[in-house]
Each structure stands twice: as structure tokens, then as C-alpha cells.
Design a binder for this molecule. Sequence first.
Ligand SMILES: *[C@@H]1O[C@H](CO)[C@@H](O)[C@H](O)[C@H]1NC(C)=O
Ligand SMILES: *[C@@H]1O[C@H](CO)[C@@H](O)[C@H](O)[C@H]1NC(C)=O
Ligand SMILES: *[C@@H]1O[C@H](CO)[C@@H](O)[C@H](O)[C@H]1NC(C)=O
Length: 631
Amino acid sequence: MIPRRLFPILYGFGAACAFAIPLAEQQVLGDINNSGTEAQSSRHLSGRFLHITDFHLDSHYKSGASVDRGCHRGKGPAGSLGAEGSACDSPLALVDETFRWMEKNLKGEIDFVLWTGDSARHDNDEKIPRTASEIIDLNKVLATKFIDLFQDQGATRGVSIPIIPTIGNNDIMPHNIFKEGPNRWTRKFTQVWAKFIPEHQWHTFEEGGWFSAEVIPNKLAAISLNTMYFYESNSAVDGCAAKSEPGFEHMEWLQIQLEILRERKMKAILIGHVPPARAGSKQNWDETCWQKYTLFLNRFRDVVVGSVYGHMNIDHFMLQDSHDVDILAVGEKPPNNPDLLVQSRTSYLTGLREDWAELPSPPGDMSTYSFPNGWASASDEAVDSLGRVLGKKERKFLKKIGGPWAERYSVSLVSPSVVPNYFPTLRIVEYNISGLEGVTTWADTPYSHDSYDAIDWGSDSDEVGQQKKKKKKKGKKKKGKGKKKPHFKAPDDPSPTAPPGPAYSNQALTWLSYAQYFANLTDIYDSTAESSESTLGSEETESRSLDLYQLEYDTRDDKIYEMEDLTVRSYFKLAKRISKNNPGKDDMVTTNGDETSETKEKKQKNRVWRTFLDRAFVGFLTDDELDDIKE
Ligand SMILES: *[C@@H]1O[C@H](CO)[C@@H](O)[C@H](O)[C@H]1NC(C)=O
Ligand SMILES: *[C@@H]1O[C@H](CO)[C@@H](O)[C@H](O)[C@H]1NC(C)=O
Ligand SMILES: *[C@@H]1O[C@H](CO)[C@@H](O)[C@H](O)[C@H]1NC(C)=O
């Protein structure tokens, strides 16, 4: 049985068009003047960044309103900082308190912000339909808050750290529908995010709603993907296989960015709003886009450090398996049954778990297995780099997963939301800055106006034009016959001598751990009720000294996840442990049996899976509710 409270909150699946973007600005920020690193700036990297997502700010929110009416009217339990565990959006008070908390706890402590969209409220109240200007205004409110929080007159761009936004499916109207650019949304967001998008990429962004920024100049770029072009529910576009589609252009641009970064010996973080979820019958992205993404993450495994998304409001991760890539086979969209798409979150998580159960197994138990640190040589040797002898079974296992670094797979992380579908939450990721102690930070990098220097795409864009014309003709001649093989040149693998990338082996820029923070609104409301009882109605004493967020868990010292770092093989190991039905003793826990069954016996359960579920819902569910989730 799925707890009733989970039902109201299903994914938004909405609605409908096509495109071509001149491949103009392919240049990543260049021409950095390092020579005059003036008068010893005190700025240095702290080795942390913030991932925050899905604010869903709602200026119509009313404290004391009914949660069944979107917290807009009626009488009900909606609290002043939001209605935890409901489908209501966020009041301004929650957003204000979140920024106050960040000012106190994060300012000066993080190197950049990844902000993965959906800043505007949902369009879920027929009595107050959203308008385009409201959506933009809500986004402006948040952009201004970030600028105010990190403003710094001493920095070249007036803010101390780079803030990387991306467009969410509720930041546009109608929601989910995003046509090829340039369109009014890409134009508007270029203005709203003018401080966040590097100036020489304003034009690129206006064309497609995507951009790239060097969050650590010459070392690390953050690439903001416009996942609206990959999103299955955007009926205005159609995947990433046809040259005429914005998704195709987007993937082409991405490929070029990653090639340039590889050449410059830089690394990349990818961010987007809608994650590439693909489990059970759930699929967020058009399959053709998922295929290219998975292929790119595999081929650029020396470049991509990691990727983060929002949208789903549940804390989890997904593995992409490069063995699932078969670009040429994807000629048609898979049959799409809308009833199947609307699944509860628990059955999606159960679907992930079932997929993970199929991952290759090491000899013995995964919870006690430790990966070797590399091979002795490229050939299949029986000894690892530390001289440990690898048995035949172990070698077989390692071969299956793409070697000792599990390079067959890639990982995408999803942080839950600020909007309290459960509890409000945000994530701070720690990464390895060894060897980067003295680098010039973004804030100290001269703002280079003349660095824009478009690569000559002349012949290629001609080809795009011609292909389009041809396609039209062809389409008329032999409609519905003979699928055209997509014209696509896959990127190269890393050079055979390249060491494993930071997503695979711990080195500079590798993600080491993350701390998930949450605001227990229930507790805050309980204690303010108590204190206002005792101090007789002094409502104003509330919240001034409120420490809104507290640590939910930190992977660094977590006794259950036991993650050495956030590399792909650490996630592989975790996924494998979550999936086990009969885990080793260490991964077991005893819980209450199903209340509805006649025998109320205690049941042995996998505590890693249980913890994963508990965290997916930000600790909001009770033990009984967790017990009730069907395995
Ligand atoms: C770099 O900056 C220094 C100091 O601001 C300046 O003197 C120099 O001309 C600049 N070099 C270039 C190539 O712009
Ligand atoms: C960071 O990477 C270096 C290798 O470049 C490694 O020696 C070091 O242990 C890593 N730091 C942490 C904190 O894991
Ligand atoms: C939140 O606070 C309530 C009330 O104090 C408490 O019962 C609950 O366990 C807390 N939840 C978490 C995840 O800490």
C-alpha cells in the first residue's frame, strides 16, 4: 500500500512545435587576463557549492488557508512558512527565511550556486490563472535575492560568486510548452539573468535557452541545459534525432562545448531542471535525447564531473548505462501511454530499485566489496595497481562494469525542493580542491567584453539548411516510408592514455560528499505555538532568531550510505546495496509487518533501501508509512 499522503503529488505532465539555432557562439569564456591579478585578492576556493531547486514562489499564498485550495483561500492548517507535505507552493516568508539562512550560513563559504529552476508557482488554481508577467516577476524576485545575497562591489561583476540558473517547466506558459528559440521566454530570461549568463553568451541563450559559464576560470565550466527541449511533456518539440529539432541543436552545441573543454583540459558540470529519469514505465526525456545524453556522458567521461537536476522534488539519483545506447535504433518514439506516465513517486523509486537489482554483482557481498585502484596495465591482468591479486570472478565483474572505475555508467543527482511537498530542503556539495588553492577565482577574473569570437560554422549551417529542405521534399514523396538514419557523428572516447575523470576517481574537482539540509516546519510550528502560549500573543518574536534549516544527513560520515566519495562507483555500490532483497547482516533492519496482514510479525528489511526511501521524502514519512510502501 502506498501512503495516502503521497497520492496528491504526482508529476506534472502537460502538453505541444519545432526549430533551428544558428550554431554561433560556441566559445566558452576565453581570453582571461591573469597577468594583473591585482593586489592579492583574499578570495580563494572553499571546495563547496550550493544546489538549490524548485522554489515555486507563490505571492497568493495565505497563512491559515486550506491546503485543498492551494493555500489560497478557505480555512485550514497552512502555516506561515509553508504547508509541509502538501501540494501548496511557497509563501514569500519561506523564501525570505531561506535567503536569511543562506546569508548567515553560506555567504563566503561556497564557490558557486547551481539553481535548477521552477521558481514560479504552479498553474493549479483556476480562480487565479498565472500570467506571463507574473511568472517573470516571480523569477525576478528570486534573481534579485541571489544578487543581493552575494553582492560584492569588489568583484568584477558585482557579485562574489557565479550563480547558474536554468529554465523549469513551470517558468514558462503554458507550463511544459517551450517552442524553438528565440522566443519571448528566452528573451525575457536573458534580461532577468543578465548577471548570471556571461555576456558573450546572451545571444546563444536567446537562441536556445542554454549557456555555459566558467565557474572556476580555466578549470571548471557549468553547462546549463535547457531540458525543456528534451522533456517528453513538451509537445511543441520532438526529441533530439531530427536536425530540425531544437533538441538536436542543443545536443550538437553540448557536444562542441565538451570537445572544447576537453581540448582546454577543463572539466564540466551539467545542470538542468527535468532529470533524465528512466525507470519502470517512467521516462522524463524523449528517448532520442536520453540516448545522446548517455552517450555523451560516457564518451566525455574524462570531462564531466557530475550533473544535477530538480523537478521531481524527491531526493534520489539515477545511473545511466552506456550499454543502453543504440542511437541508430532509435528511429521512432517509443509508444507513449499517458496513463502509464502518471505514476506515483514510490512506484518510480521501486522501479529504480528493480533496475539496480540487475546491475552486475561482485563476488561476495557488495557491502563489503572494495574496488581495486586501477589495473596493473590496460590488458586484463590478475593484479591491481596496488599488487592485490584479482580473482577470475572479480575480473569478470570489473570487465562488466567498464573496469575498476565503473566507466560503463554515469550518474545524475536530483536534489529535493525548497517548496515543501515534504519539508523544504537544500544541498551543499563538497568537492576536491587539491591543487587549486591558488587559482584565480571567478570574482577576480576581469570581465572580458571582447572575448566573443564566434567559430566559423558557415558550411555546417548551410548543410543544416539544405537538409531541412531535402527533408521536406522527401517527406512529401514517400511519406511514412523508410526511416532516415539520423545524421550524427558520435564524439570520440577519451584518449587511451587519459587517466579516469573526476567523476570516476578522486582527484581535483571530484565531488566528495554532500550535506542535505531541511527545515522541519512541523517542529517550528509546534515550538512557536508553545512559545506564543507562554509569552501570550507576542507574534512578532517569532522567526527573528529562527535557524530554519538543519542537517538531515551528510554523506561524509553517514553510517548507512557509507560513501567514500560521490564517484560513479560509490553510487554503483550504493545502488547495488539498495537493490538487495536479502542483503548482508549489516544492511538489515527489523521493522513492523504490514498492519493489514493477519500476521503482524516483524519483518526483516533492507535498511539501505529504507533509508533511501526515507530520504527521498526528506524524512517526512513516519515509520508506519515507510513500512507500508510495497517492496
Ligand atoms: C591585463 O591586466 C593588466 C592589469 O590590469 C593590464 O595592465 C594589462 O594591459 C592587461 N593585459 C591584457 C592583455 O589585457
Ligand atoms: C583530492 O584528490 C587528491 C588527488 O589529486 C587526493 O590525494 C586527495 O586525497 C583528495 N582529497 C580528498 C579530501 O579526498
Ligand atoms: C519534525 O518535527 C516533528 C515535531 O517535533 C517530529 O515529530 C519529527 O520527527 C521531525 N521530523 C524529522 C525528520 O526530524
